[in-house]
Design a protein around this ligand. Sequence first.
Ligand code: ADP
Length: 355
Amino acid sequence: MKKPTIKGVLAAVSSFLLFFLTVGFIVSCCMMLFMTILADTMDITFTSDNIAAAAKITFWNVILITFLFKFADYIRRKIMVERPTKIITAATEKIMSGDFSVRIPPMQGSGVEGFHQIAMAINKMAEELSGVETLRADFIANVSHEMKTPLAVMQNYGTLLQAPDLSEEKRIEYAKGVTDGSRRMADMMTNILKLNRLENQQIYPQASEFDLGEQLCECLLQYESVWEKANIEIETDIAEDVKVKADAELLGHVWNNLFSNAFKFTPSGGTVKVLLTATDHHAIVKVSDTGCGMTPEVGAHIFEKFYQGDTSHSVQGNGLGLALVKRVIDIMQGEIGVESTVGVGTTFTVKIRRS
Ligand code: ADP
């Protein structure tokens, strides 16, 4: 039990006095009214002894009523203020210590509606926090997992490189293995950092007006050696003079990711198409391929971080590309959709505002 403090005692005494004075005033007024009515209607004359006796009774009545009121108020406070406060404080302390599974039961009854609202808001907060915590834990697990593979590969090649009298051919092969592994890790780190900055809104779109068709062609041309080597046919239908006001660098990430996926998942002899159309307010870009396609189950997850539906190409990516694309499109308040059929191909459609 808590030790009473001087402040607490003073507060209790002053509250008791306030009750006492209020009740005393009301009861005295009632008594005086009652005695005046009696004197007028029944012609009773009160002696000073009568009045002194009535005053004494009134005083003790006032004390009794004050105690009764105080007691009723004490019970009301216990049930309607202290109990919910205790429950809410215990829940917030648990949340502070990292236990986000805590939920406060609904508080029923009149007079506790305010506490009920606070409790529901705390429940919602705990739910959100536990979601964030799961995401954070998943993210760390994914990053660690993704780093382990290239690190193991690099370690392997490093060990092989230490062997004496290695042929020139083998030395180049092992050194390439180390370089590829480190490039993969560097790519992943760059993507994680970009995604992190985008998620924390540290990158704000630097809008400038530019020709979207030109940008698409420039990005596509970067893959010339890829499509030539893989014997992939390119088809373009790009509307002329489609100006957009957007962050060109961020939008470049979108096209690069969509093109690199299209080439990655399209086998030799296939086709990749890029289409640009525009209305007065929007520009629509479609990137289609005749690649392996994906099932609806895979399609439902492709924008999640580290998700890789097709693991046969997992060495060439880390499942962050489309998460980044989605984030950029969200920041630009655009839309992205995907249509895909296994064995037939995939079409990504991006719709962005022109200004
Ligand atoms: P990654 O860099 O590993 O490819 P992405 O985020 O770019 O990661 O893509 C996630 C997944 O989406 C891929 O593993 C693949 O299953 C699917 N995907 C993306 N683009 C295509 C495509 N053009 N054709 C088929 N599947 C695709």
